[in-house]
Design a protein around this ligand. Structure first.
Ligand code: PXP
Length: 249
């Protein structure tokens, strides 16, 4: 069998900023983490500028744009404020995610099917500005079909439920979720969408997703930043890179 193409790894540095903000201090610095991620083999950096600025700040985005050589994937909600910020900075990519103030993380995919016209209007100016727009969605066919009609170039499939079932020991549900993600990836590719995946991925859960032939990029953050406590950031990323490459055969 032909080996699959190399899978890109986007390292999400939000939780370096979470630790910094826990004390309102200047450190640890997420931009330093981004530079170290590059040395460790990351292909891109992901940062989520949340509406409440609970981790990444506007200044972090400015600095990432100025100091990074890797492409920046700016995660953001579909709001006027975020669209203005994205158009000002013109990052390589923008990943549109749903956002609720009360959630601890991005709990579900974006409901593109339920607000297709609004999302289409939102994607347009970003795509025209040369930003690669990605929609963070679940694996449901209706969401993938709607995403394909919005003009977005990319979808990112939400792997959170698959990972949660794995750690809950619910293997039948985990495997069903994985099968649904695989079908979703194939359907998306049939519409000409580039497929990414992410949320909740760890050393234990990454390989099955990394082996989907349609998936071109994984975005991983929380686990890597946590693992960095024990083995250092570079080593934690290198091990993820190794597992991804192994899964690609
Ligand atoms: N992709 C998207 C769209 C996300 O919202 C997140 C979390 O910010 C991730 C990937 C990374 O998820 P995790 O931090 O659980 O690895």
């Amino acid at each position: 069998m032909e080996p699959l193409g190399k899978l890109r790894l986007g390292v999400n540095i939000d939780h370096v900023a979470t630790v910094r903000n826990a004390r309102g201090s200047a450190y640890p610095d997420p931009v330093r983490a981004a530079k170290l991620s590059e040395q460790a083999g990351a292909d891109g950096i992901t940062a989520h500028l949340r509406e409440d600025r609970r981790h990444i700040s506007d200044r972090d985005i400015e600095r990432l744009m100025a100091e990074l050589t890797l492409p920046l994937n700016l995660e953001m909600a579909a709001t006027d404020e975020m669209q203005t910020i994205a158009l000002r900075h013109r990052p390589h990519a923008a990943c549109i995610v749903p956002e609720k103030r009360q959630e601890v993380t991005t709990e579900g995919g974006l409901d593109v099917a339920g607000q297709e016209a609004r999302i289409t209007d939102f994607v347009g100016p970003l795509a025209e500005a040369g930003i690669r727009v990605s929609l963070f969605i679940g694996h449901e066919a209706a969401q993938i079909e709607a995403a394909a009609r919005t003009g977005a170039a990319v979808i990112e499939l939400h792997t959170g439920a698959y990972c949660d079932f794995h750690y809950a020991g619910e293997t039948a549900k985990r495997d069903a979720e994985l099968a649904a993600l695989a079908s979703g990836a194939a359907l998306a590719q049939s519409f000409g969408l580039e497929v990414h995946a992410g949320h909740g991925l760890t050393y234990e859960t990454v390989k099955p997703v990394a082996s989907f032939p349609q998936v071109m990029e994984l975005n991983i953050g929380h686990f890597l930043i946590g693992e960095a406590i024990f083995r250092g950031l570079e080593a934690s990323i290198r091990e993820m890179r190794r597992l991804m490459d192994e899964a690609r055969g």
